[in-house]
Every structure is written in structure tokens, then in C-alpha cells.
Design a protein around this ligand. Structure first.
Ligand SMILES: [Fe+2]
Length: 419
């Protein structure tokens, strides 16, 4: 069927739309509600049949004259470019150092047979669990800044750790007395030193990061010595914390290998090299999974559990439970459902379900005072895992003997106190 020729009015309408759209065929077609191909046909007909002139595209706007660069801005840009290059170089140096350090001090991960054993035995087997985290060796807490509630420095840290290992030997032996005790599972769950990344800690710390490492190693080696004498075998688990970081920003890669905490663990491991009673489980992982009596224990620091800090009056309890649930779901996806998840970081002793959230060695600090945190004494978990009953015993070991307060608790009128 022959097509109806385009009328002069339609051709004029097409050219008017084209003029309004500054020569843009697509926009003109859209304006008239017709297909772009139809618009092009109409324009061609308007030009060839009716001799209408195609509207000219407007000349492009003249370019603005180049802005005179401010010499100060040029200087700033140069400064930041150089700074970026220097930071990048420092990061690469740190990676190289980590590679070399790991090469020299790599710890072969061995989970000894007695730890992984599923045998129950005649009277039931047990393992004493020591959860040590957040020692913050080197940190100083000034009693004068928090109304005398607490005090902390490296000497106090040594005393508190010594008290913990005393308790582990004494209380642990009593707990295990009706069992066949296999040995001790000692988790070094990060923040073993105060570190020097936070400005206020750098100013107030009593020791440099290197001295902190040395002091922490001394205390832990002494403690393991006592545990191994008492219980015969110690399996040490090491994971990195956030205070032991050596990079300003937390890294996703190389996190464990760039950590002072792992340096502490590797130095402790060197001190016990050749002693098969003490074994180590520490590598580039931020979590460690240990099989005990056919169940799994997951150890991590707690800063990487996928939840942030405390919320309102619930404190850190909600993020702790949420974080542990996330860990359990993640591990269940690869067929490893942990029967105990233990970590520190929140400086709050808590035990909801299969979770052990650890307290801290320093205890109440200026930071806690600043946010009106609940006052918790310095304490660390001690527990007993039983082949039949699983976590049969647990206690947060108080690292300071309770003291009688110097001030009366409540002041009342004389007649009331007489009555
Ligand atoms: Fe900590």
C-alpha cells in the first residue's frame, strides 16, 4: 500500500521541533512522540521535497579562560602527594618486615593428640581453660583521675597475672580432682600490650612498645612454667588484638603477622622450644579453632566479630551476643559449629550461652570513667571443660583481693545508726 506523503504542516512542525531542540534529532523525536527513524525521514522530506532549511546547531560556548593556580594550593598538593608516597612506602616496608619476621619466627601449628582426644576415660577427662586477654602491659591508670577506684601500671600487671596463675593452679587442681586432667588450654586472646597507636596511651604509657612486649613475654613465660609444673601439659593459642597493631588503620590483610601480640606469642614459643609439654597454635589467622573432646573451641580477640561497641544501659552485652551469633553462623556454613566462643576486647566478663567474653587485667580506667561504664574489677576467666559435661566449672578470677573501702558506704544520722 503506497505511503501517504508527508504534509507541509507536518514537515514544518518537525523542523520547528528540531529548531527548538537545537538540532538534536533524538530530543525533537521525543518532543513529538515519534520514533527517531520517523523523525529522520520527516527531516529528509522537509529538506528535499519542501526545501526547508535544517536549523543550525548552536556554536559551542567559548571555553572559560584557564584559572590561575594558587601557589599555596600547588604547594599543598605537592605535600600531600609526597606524604601519600611516603605512607605507601612505609606500608610496603611493614609488609616486607612482616614477611621476614614471619619467616624467622613462624610457629608450626600443632594440635597435640591429648588436646584433640575424644576419649572419655573411666572417670571422665578434663582440660583446664585459661582465657587471658587485654593485659595492656605498659598502660598506666591513675587513681587520682578516677576517684581512687582503680590503679594500674606494669608492676601491678605483673602482680595481677601472678595472682591469676596462682588461682589457675589452686582452683583448677581442685576442680579437676575428680577427673583425669589432660592439661591446660591457655588462650592468649590479644591486647597483651598497651601499644603505641593511641596518642593518649603513647603519652601516658610507662613502657615503649618494645619494652611492653618484653614485659608481657616475661610474665607469660613464668605463668606457663607454673602451669606446666602443676598440670603437666599446656597448649597455647595466640590471636592478635587491636592494641598490638603496628599500622594506624586496622588492616584486613596481614593483621596477625603485623601484630605485636603475635610477636609476644612467638617469643614465648621460642622460650619453650624443645619442651614438648608446651605446644603452640598461632599463625596468620585472627581466629583459632581448637578441637577438644570432640567439640570445637573458637578463640578470637573480639574486635573483628562484625559488631561495634556497647549500646545504652545494656553495655557491650548486645554486640557480644550478636557478634557471637555471626561467628556461629559463619562457621556453621563451613560445617564447624563452635561449642565455645571465647574472646576479650570488651573488658566485660560475660557468659551468655556458649560465649565467654573476658574482663581485663587493667580493670576500670579513665576511659570507662569518661563514659560512666559499669565498674568491673580486673578479672579473667578460668574454666574446666569436661569430656562428658563440657563446661562444668567457670569463674572470673578476681585479680585483686577485695579491700575494705576507706570511706563509710552510707552516712546516716547518729540516731538512725543507734537504732
Ligand atoms: Fe583491650
Amino acid at each position: 500500500m503506497p505511503q501517504k506523503p508527508l504534509s507541509r504542516e507536518s514537515a514544518a512542525e518537525m523542523m520547528a521541533a528540531l529548531a527548538e531542540c537545537e538540532g538534536n534529532t533524538l530530543a525533537a523525536a521525543r518532543m513529538l512522540g515519534i520514533a527517531p527513524g520517523t523523525a529522520q525521514n520527516r527531516i529528509r522530506t522537509a529538506e528535499t521535497v519542501y526545501g526547508m532549511a535544517r536549523p543550525q546547531k548552536p556554536a559551542p560556548a567559548p571555553r572559560p579562560p584557564p584559572v590561575e593556580a594558587d601557589p599555596r594550593e600547588i604547594r599543598d598538593a605537592t605535600f600531600w602527594r609526597r606524604r601519600f608516597v611516603a605512607e605507601e612506602r612505609a606500608r610496603l616496608d611493614a609488609e616486607l618486615a612482616a614477611e621476614q619476621l614471619a619467616g624467622v619466627r613462624s610457629i608450626p601449628v600443632t594440635i597435640p593428640e591429648w588436646v584433640a582426644s575424644e576419649r572419655e576415660g573411666r572417670i571422665g577427662k578434663s582440660v583446664i581453660g585459661c582465657l587471658i586477654s587485654d593485659i595492656h602491659m605498659g598502660e598506666v591508670i591513675s587513681a587520682g583521675e578516677i576517684n581512687g577506684i582503680n590503679e594500674f601500671n606494669p608492676d601491678i600487671a605483673r602482680e595481677r597475672l601472678s595472682r591469676y596463675f596462682d588461682a589457675a593452679c589452686e582452683v583448677g587442681s581442685r576442680w579437676a580432682s575428680d577427673t583425669d586432667c589432660e592439661g591446660v588450654l591457655l588462650a592468649l586472646a590479644g591486647d597483651l600490650i598497651s601499644g603505641d597507636l593511641h596518642t593518649e596511651l603513647t603519652i601516658t604509657n610507662a613502657l615503649t612498645a618494645h619494652e611492653q612486649v618484653s614485659a608481657a613475654v616475661g610474665c607469660i613465660v613464668a605463668g606457663i612454667g607454673r602451669l606446666v609444673e602443676q598440670f603437666g601439659r599446656v597448649h597455647v593459642i595466640g590471636v592478635p588484638g587491636n592494641h598490638g597493631r603496628t599500622t594506624m588503620k586496622p588492616t584486613a590483610k596481614l593483621y596477625a603477622r603485623l601484630s605485636y601480640d603475635m610477636l609476644v606469642v612467638s617469643m614465648v614459643a621460642e622460650r619453650f622450644s624443645g619442651d614438648d609439654r608446651v605446644t603452640f597454635q598461632a599463625d596468620a589467622n585472627t581466629d583459632q579453632i581448637t578441637p577438644i573432646f570432640g567439640r570445637l573451641v573458637l578463640t578470637t580477640h573480639g574486635d573483628k566479630i562484625g559488631t561495634k561497641g556497647g549500646s545504652g544501659f545494656a553495655g557491650p552485652n548486645l554486640p557480644i551476643v550478636r557478634g557471637a551469633k555471626k561467628i556461629a553462623e559463619q562457621q556453621a556454613a563451613v560445617d564447624r559449629l563452635p561449642h565455645l566462643i571465647q574472646f576479650g576486647h570488651y573488658h566485660t566478663s560475660t557468659n551468655p550461652g556458649a560465649i565467654l567474653g573476658n574482663g581485663s587485667v587493667p580493670g576500670y580506667s579513665e576511659y570507662g570513667h569518661n563514659i560512666r561504664a559499669v565498674v568491673e574489677p580486673p578479672q579473667q576467666w578460668l574454666y574446666l571443660l569436661h569430656s562428658k559435661w563440657w563446661m562444668r566449672e567457670r569463674a572470673p578470677i578476681q585479680l585483686e583481693a577485695p579491700r575494705t573501702p576507706a570511706l563509710p558506704k552510707v552516712r546516716v544520722p547518729a540516731r538512725m545508726s543507734a537504732a
